[in-house]
Unconditional design. Structure first.
Length: 189
């Protein structure tokens, strides 16, 4: 019976020692995990900010489309105002730059129109729009859409009223975008 008690006591001591070692290992893992998490957020944040800014559509049939990206948030704006196209596009781009987008503007009242806002996922492959891909404009029914992002172009999958499968947008500060804007403004001037 003494040998049974001794074996039980030994197993108990081993279990307690193992539990202490496991707790210590967890604490070390948690500490190193925190620094890993902090360091992994750095590049992720810098990756996110590398896409921050305004993008204009170069897709026929979707000209006047503008996307504003701020970290993982995206706002999709439509500017189709005929002879005010240049003026309203310039205003929308200025508002994006200054963080003062007019959310309830209507193009027929001399304002650009926010079609939808959304959140881009971490892998930068889809967007959860605040309303059904911009189609109902109620903001009550979320809908997802595809997105592809690179430094030179963003492609948004068919998500709005356009009958276009993919809307391609380029950085508004790129030479190509500036040339398009100059051409549009000169035609209206």
């Amino acid at each position: 019976m003494n040998s049974t008690r001794a074996a039980h006591a030994t197993r108990t001591r081993i279990a307690v020692s193992a539990a202490v070692l496991a707790a210590g290992a967890l604490m070390l893992t948690a500490c190193s995990g925190s620094s890993d998490a902090a360091s992994s957020q750095g590049p992720r944040s810098s990756q996110a900010s590398s896409f921050d800014g305004a993008y204009i559509s170069i897709t026929d049939g979707a000209r006047g489309g503008i996307a504003a990206i701020n970290d993982h948030k995206i706002t999709y704006i439509n500017v189709t105002a005929g002879d005010q196209q240049c003026q309203l596009t310039t205003k929308a781009l200025g508002d994006i730059k200054h963080g003062s987008i007019v959310k309830d503007g209507k193009t027929d009242k001399g304002q650009y129109q926010v079609l939808s806002t959304g959140t881009i996922n971490d892998s930068r492959t889809s967007v959860l729009w605040d309303d059904v891909n911009g189609s109902d404009q109620t903001g009550t029914d979320p809908g997802s859409g595809l997105i592809s992002m690179s430094n030179s172009m963003i492609t948004v999958g068919y998500t709005f009223a356009y009958s276009i499968n993919q809307v391609q947008l380029i950085p508004a500060d790129s030479d190509q975008a500036k040339a398009l804007m100059a051409k549009d403004c000169n035609q209206q001037g």
